[in-house]
Design a protein around this ligand. Structure first.
Ligand code: ATP
Length: 328
């Protein structure tokens, strides 16, 4: 067990109580009695451990073929969603993992209900799906900019009314109930970045030519709505953290903290599913034993058998009967 596990309850949003974001410190970095360099070293060690554990866990998830895992990442710009995905998933087999990034909806997507585009991307059984932004944008950016609702052309929609938003939270909660009842483990991470740290990261992107590509003027425009976003995040956490699909508020001012925490939570949650490799029935076991014996008895291409002696190297292999192989 990694020591971070004892802190995890403090980051999970309870399903039956309200949280206030101002009670969550974005700069939390573990035991203040330890020097920062030591805390960083330990967190990086945990990340390495959990990354390799996740690789094994993913194989088990794939082999047991019963559950799927949906990981949702939401945050303000520059909070480190991309880096978290890159580092935490660095050990997993790309065949068992899919990442989807959701941008401004297309006109085709706007022609459907708001959950449609996400439903099409849900992970298959045995796989890990990562949503870099998700249906939660529809109660975040859309709540902060309610005029975006016009693009959806919803009959009778009134985003100034509370019940419009409570209806959306209900839709999301029902979707997640449906997913969890049908074998999807849903894990939701809000990377909690401070306004000061966002400014520092934006300036870094502006000053370093190799990071200029990461900067978009739209990010600064959204920063002007910081308080509105914090309110929308708080409302979202309180309305949609459920027992089966909890939200975690991850301190994100130190990337080494957020990555270690996210990887620990994913590993612990998948471990708690109690997955097992598929059981081998006696018939199947016998079949595997027979095949094993047959393979072991098979001559390797470079191996010389007594009857081969005298054949020149250039001479083509003589066909071997199945019977003779089996009798070895
Ligand atoms: P990066 O973090 O790497 O810069 P990003 O996730 O910010 O990537 P962008 O293309 O810069 O990607 O931004 C995506 C934009 O799409 C965000 O501003 C987000 O708010 C917006 N968006 C996502 N979903 C919706 C939605 N349902 N309705 C309106 N806007 C949305």
């Amino acid at each position: 067990m990694n020591e971070l596990e004892k802190f995890l309850d403090g980051f999970r949003v309870p399903h039956n109580e309200s949280v206030r974001l101002r009670d969550h410190d974005p700069a939390w970095s573990g035991d203040p009695d330890l020097p920062k360099s030591e805390r960083k070293r330990i967190a990086e060690e945990y990340l390495t451990q959990e990354v390799s554990e996740l690789a094994k866990t993913q194989e088990l998830l794939y082999a047991s073929d019963s559950y799927s895992v949906l990981i949702i990442l939401q945050a303000m710009d520059a909070a480190g969603k991309d880096g978290t995905i890159k580092h935490v998933m660095s050990g997993v087999n790309p065949q068992g993992c899919q990442v989807f990034s959701f941008k401004v909806p297309t006109s085709e997507e706007l022609d459907h209900t708001f959950l449609w585009r996400y439903m099409k991307c849900m992970p298959e059984r045995g796989r890990i799906g990562i949503f870099n932004r998700s249906y939660y944008e529809d109660v975040l950016v859309v709540k902060v900019h309610p005029n975006l609702i016009d693009g959806h052309r919803l009959p009778g929609a009134d985003p100034t009314r509370k019940d419009f938003w409570s209806g959306r939270y209900d839709d999301i909660n029902e979707l997640e109930k449906h997913l969890t009842r049908n074998g999807t483990l849903v894990l939701k991470f809000f990377l909690n970045l401070s306004k000061d740290e966002q400014k520092r990261r934006f300036l870094k992107r502006l000053k370093d030519p190799n990071r200029n590509w990461k900067f978009s003027p739209a990010d600064v425009a959204e920063r002007a709505y910081w308080d509105e976003y914090q309110q929308a995040f708080e409302d979202m956490l309180n309305a949609t953290s459920s027992k089966a699909a909890p939200w975690y508020v991850i301190p994100a001012d130190h990337k080494w903290v957020s990555r270690a925490l996210v990887s620990t939570i994913i590993c612990q949650s998948v471990r708690n599913l109690g997955l097992k490799y598929p059981e081998v029935t006696p018939d199947r076991k016998q079949q595997l034993l027979d095949i094993e014996r047959e393979l072991e008895a098979e001559r390797s291409s470079g191996e010389k058998q007594p009857e081969d002696e005298g054949h020149s190297e250039a001479e083509p292999d003589q066909p071997k009967s199945k019977k003779s192989k089996k009798n070895h």
